[in-house]
Design a protein around this ligand. Structure first.
Ligand SMILES: [Zn+2]
Length: 404
């Protein structure tokens, strides 16, 4: 039913880079708040009302913005409110973990259109895993009455290091068969849209950060099969020079001689990750195969599983105490399959408070994830939306040939 309005309204002549910057500024202003008026945009950006109106009219013609009269009008003249047009196109998101995956589709305004999840084995390799992802994308598009040509961006999170600029997976310890694989090469021919690839924990951090207001500095710790950390600094995700920031699972901890999947000995993940806990419980005769089983056992009150999580939480808390001293966040959020276990968050909290400096913990909150298993896709959709509305993203929209 819903074909892209961009197909119905041909793009105007190519804008100059400076104009794209202005269009992007206006769109991001609309995206970040409640619906705004043309006067609000002029105030927020310092642009003349006439300039704002010119650009808004352009963006409405292209079907990117919509403008509606306030429905509560009682006679006086009410200004029209602007919003991103939900019919402008679709964002597709995939959050791939080691053993679980979640897919979501949303409109340009970030409102959900469809979602699904499945147990997977990331070690089956890119062709097999991405074929399932793409089949899910196609089903969700059909459910939402949209077409592949309506896709504005694809965002995909994976449980390993990613060179963010190219979307290439780099020497991932828990993703056999994916080393040097460039994920955009799979989706670009299918959707002719930009493909963003990130570490799964970065996407979760963005999703959790978006679910809160007023948080500038935050750490998001995922405790699943492995352990990773997403860093929000000054309200933005911090990836570092190459995209490797936050890989805390491979920090060495004292008194640990376990060999890690990365090849080193003594990593935090090799002692306290969900995969390590499953192996340890198996060794003691408990029937578990992965981190999901460990979480279920702990939820059922199994003493050995709860004890293993308790010990792990203190080790993770010890590493986080150092990171709190280093980064001084106001919030640490704990997510991943084991976060549902109440004693994980409590143990991490006491580990941090027992070791971090007083000033670093004065205004610190440590809490469990609010979004649970939807944090990754929520973050992916947000980053994709920001990319679409960026000057580069807007320039790409213009070039994308529409066949619908
Ligand atoms: Zn390691």
């Amino acid at each position: 039913m819903a074909s892209s309005p961009r197909a119905a309204h041909p793009a105007p002549a190519a804008a100059k880079p400076r104009e794209l910057v202005t269009l992007s500024r206006l769109l991001l202003e609309v995206a970040s708040g409640p619906a705004v008026t043309r006067a609000d945009l002029a105030r927020a950006t310092g642009l003349a009302r006439s300039t704002v109106s010119l650009h808004v009219d352009n963006l409405r013609r292209r079907g990117i913005l919509k403008e509606e009269r306030d429905g509560h009008s009682t006679g006086g003249r009410h200004p029209s409110r602007l919003g991103l047009n939900p019919q402008a196109g679709v964002i597709l998101a995939a959050d791939l973990g080691v053993t679980q995956a979640r897919l979501a589709a949303a409109d340009l305004d970030g409102q959900p259109l469809a979602a699904r999840s499945k147990d997977i084995r990331i070690g089956d390799g890119p062709q097999s895993v991405l074929a399932w992802v793409d089949a899910g994308f196609q089903q969700m598009l059909a459910e939402a009455g949209r077409k592949p040509a309506d896709v504005l961006a694809v965002a995909c999170g994976v449980p390993g290091p990613v060179a963010h600029a190219t979307g290439t997976v780099v020497k991932p310890p828990v993703m056999p068969g994916w080393d040097d694989y460039r994920i955009p090469s799979y989706f670009q021919p299918r959707y002719e849209a930009p493909v963003l690839v990130d570490n799964d924990v970065n996407l979760m951090a963005v999703g959790e950060h978006r679910a809160r207001t007023g948080v500038e500095h935050m750490l998001f710790v995922k405790v699943g099969t492995g352990i990773g950390c997403g860093i929000i600094s000054g309200g933005r995700i911090h990836r570092g020079a190459d995209g490797a920031a936050g890989d805390i699972g491979h920090i060495r901890i004292p008194g640990n001689d376990a060999t890690c999947t990365c090849g080193y000995v003594g990593c935090l993940e090799a002692a306290a990750g969900g995969g390590a806990l499953a192996t340890e419980l198996q060794r003691n005769g408990t029937r578990v195969s992965d981190v999901g089983d460990v979480a279920r056992l702990a939820a059922d009150g199994d003493p050995s599983a709860r004890r293993a999580i308790q010990v792990a939480s203190e080790q993770i808390g010890g590493v986080l105490a150092a990171l709190v001293n280093f980064h001084n966040p106001s919030l640490v959020v704990v997510g991943g399959s084991l976060a549902a276990s109440d004693n994980l968050v409590a143990g991490i909290r006491s580990g941090i408070y027992g070791r971090a400096l007083a000033l670093g913990t004065r205004s610190l909150t440590v809490e469990a994830s609010r979004l649970g298993n939807t944090a990754g896709t929520a973050g992916a959709i947000h980053l994709a939306q920001r990319h679409i509305l960026s000057p580069d993203g807007l320039a790409g929209l213009r070039k994308k040939p529409k066949t619908a």
